[in-house]
Design a binder for this molecule. Structure first.
Ligand SMILES: [Mn+2]
Length: 198
């Protein structure tokens, strides 16, 4: 089958984003967004999805991190969508409960072609270090809309906001890994009775 790789460059007055992904990678990443906590989260996304990611972002961080986080989510979503092509052979669905210390978070995905985010996560503090916790949702909103996936994220419980954010990224990584994997029982087929998902 064709290599499932893609590259997206996206430049606006607010950000200059370049993203390369390889769906069939090993979880290698090279990430530089200028936002330390966000780099740490994207590193987890790559590592646990096994999607190789090269991400370079120059954003208007003198304002705040918002444009940088949102536009990176848009570009990663577009790159994943492009790399998946017609979605032939994919497993399509996955869900997982992911534990990290005291925190438990569920992610469920359908690589459906129908962008939708259900976000059921509450943070108890507005910041993790200097990072605005509300940007975690902004990232997944941008990712789901631009990848064309249905994504549900539910935090069952947790006390530490770093853990709550990190379980969101790790759980989404793990379900993306499974849902994008080729299902050998239908490797030549688009997994939809409609015959198309893209
Ligand atoms: Mn961490």
């Amino acid at each position: 089958m064709a290599e499932r790789r893609a590259e997206i460059s996206r430049k606006t007055n607010e950000t200059d984003v370049s993203v390369r992904v390889n769906i069939d990678g090993t979880g290698k990443s090279k990430i530089s967004t200028g936002v330390g906590f966000f780099d740490h989260m994207l590193d987890q996304l790559s590592r646990h999805s096994l999607i190789d990611m090269e991400i370079d972002v120059k954003g208007d961080l003198h304002i705040d991190d918002h444009h940088t986080v949102e536009d990176t989510g848009i570009a990663i979503g577009q790159a994943i969508s492009k790399a998946l092509g017609d979605r032939r052979g994919i497993t399509r669905y996955a869900s997982l409960d992911l534990a990290m210390d005291e925190t438990m978070t569920k992610a469920a995905v359908d690589i459906s072609g129908r962008p939708f985010l259900v976000w059921n996560v509450a943070f108890s503090a507005p910041k993790i270090g200097t990072f605005d916790t509300e940007l975690v949702r902004e990232f997944f909103q941008a990712l789901s809309q631009n990848a064309g996936i249905t994504l549900h994220i539910l935090n069952h419980y947790g006390a530490n906001n770093h853990h709550i954010a990190e379980t969101c990224f790790k759980a989404v990584a793990r379900v993306l890994r499974t849902a994008t994997e080729i299902d050998p029982r239908q490797a030549d087929r688009v997994p939809s009775t409609k015959g198309m998902l893209a």
